[in-house]
Write a protein that binds this ligand. Structure first.
Ligand code: HAM
Length: 410
């Protein structure tokens, strides 16, 4: 049997139908917040990511030389594409609120919640440097969590790179990049690696403790701290999910300029559910107009794990009818009946085999259909339909119009 590649997934209907509902919930919430859908290519030039996304993403690209000799890659993330799209159109009326839900590819070590191919929802506001834009994207993310039934299972952790830079100055730390790295990797690296980074940075245990616990905030005065607190206050005013400051949130991507945030499950047993922040410079770096921006990416994998853990991974009941066919007259009649039912919005499947009636009904019951319509010569001649309730075994006949009303309301 051929094997699929490591880090890639097949989606069978029983899971895919639930995934589709979850994606719909996410996108519907974006639309309710006034975000408009966009999309981009699946392959981009490698150059697009150089100096923007950072070394980690550069090392994870599915890159190759195309037939024209260009170095290209499957897109590892949406933000550089989005920036390119905005930079190349001077006529756009800002601020823009855009979302997309697409597949992305990263050659990273497959593990729980992380794959080499994944879906990610991106929602971004481009063209506002106001903290109210930060609040709006965070409210959207919180509302999506609530909409998925996860509102009280997750928390938003946030920080700011400019605030961290204030702290770095205040504590006289010289090795800024190493401190960023240490904080970003805090829960991923061994104690040994931590110790060697700590001695490389030359930070005292007391000062590091002040940062890691967030206590430093009590003694620091900074406009960047005031901004962060204002964002949190306004986020709480709207009221969706828990929020807290966590100075260990730095994020691996190079382009973030100030606010950075992630959503985690409450006890932090899983990986980040969502990550994002403010990136004010990428678009001007691409020779576009200065367009400060803020947004997030939310993957499908950890959401799925969390919904499964919380018993929320199930399909909402659908009205599904299976038409079983007794004879040739019934087959002929089935085209009329199925068309009418489908046109009225009912989901209808029908027998496409040569099985006998008993086997057809058995199949419908096994497949989880609630009703089977049975059509044969009697139904055709009398212009009626027979319906069997596959749960109770009850069977009744009625005209098509009444059947449509019954099936829609049951
Ligand atoms: P990111 O932190 O790389 O940010 O990814 C954001 C989210 O995408 C993660 O929290 C996770 O849910 C999901 N994700 C990332 N990598 C994988 C993977 N290998 N498998 C499954 N899920 C994954 C970005 O991508 C930024 N471009 C987000 C952004 C948009 N910032 C501003 N706007």
């Amino acid at each position: 049997m051929p094997e699929k590649l490591r880090g890639f997934r097949d989606f069978y209907p029983e899971d895919q139908e639930i995934r589709r509902e979850i994606f719909e919930t996410m996108m519907e919430e974006c639309r309710r917040f006034g975000f408009r859908e966009v999309d981009g290519p699946s392959i981009e030039s490698v150059d697009l990511y150089a100096h923007k996304s950072g070394e980690e993403i550069m090392g994870q690209m599915f890159n190759f030389i195309d037939k024209g000799g260009r170095e290209v890659t499957l897109v590892p993330e949406f933000t550089p594409t989005l920036a390119r799209m905005v930079a190349s159109r001077k006529d756009l009326i800002k601020p823009l609120k855009w979302y997309t839900l697409a597949k992305f590819w990263r050659y990273e070590e497959p593990q729980s919640g992380r794959f080499r191919e994944f879906y990610q929802l991106n929602a971004d506001i481009l063209g506002s440097d106001s903290l109210h834009a930060d609040v709006e994207v965070l409210n959207l993310a919180g509302s999506i969590m609530k909409g998925l039934g996860l509102g009280n299972k997750v928390k938003l952790k946030m920080s700011s790179r400019t605030l961290l830079d204030d702290i770095i100055k205040y504590l006289n730390i010289e090795k800024k990049d190493s401190l960023y790295y240490l904080l970003d990797r805090w829960i991923k690296i061994s104690d040994k690696e931590k110790d060697s980074l700590i001695s490389e940075i030359g930070i005292s245990k007391e000062n590091l403790e002040l940062i890691v616990t967030g206590k430093i905030i009590e003694e620091l005065k900074s406009p960047n701290l005031d901004r962060l607190i204002k964002i949190m206050d306004e986020f709480n005013e709207y009221g969706t999910i828990k929020i807290e400051i966590d100075l260990k949130i730095v994020r691996g991507l190079a382009y973030y300029t100030s606010t950075v945030f992630e959503i985690w499950d409450l006890d932090e047993k899983m990986r980040a559910i969502m990550g994002g922040g403010r990136y004010d410079n990428i678009i001007s770096q691409m020779n576009g107009d200065y367009t400060p921006a803020v947004g997030f990416g939310m993957g499908d994998a950890v959401v799925e794990n969390l919904l499964k853990r919380e018993g929320l991974w199930y399909e909402k009941e659908k009205k599904r009818v299976f038409i079983s066919i007794a004879d040739d007259k019934g087959r002929k009649y089935s085209y009329y009946v199925s068309k009418k039912l489908r046109e009225s919005g009912i989901m209808v499947d029908l027998n496409v085999t040569e099985r006998n009636l008993g086997k057809q009904i058995e199949y419908a019951a096994k497949m989880g259909f609630k009703y089977s319509i049975i059509l044969g010569e009697r139904e055709f001649t009398n212009k009626i339909i027979s319906i069997r309730d596959l749960i109770t075994g009850e069977q009744f006949s009625m005209n098509l119009e009444d059947a449509i009303i019954k099936l829609k309301n049951s």
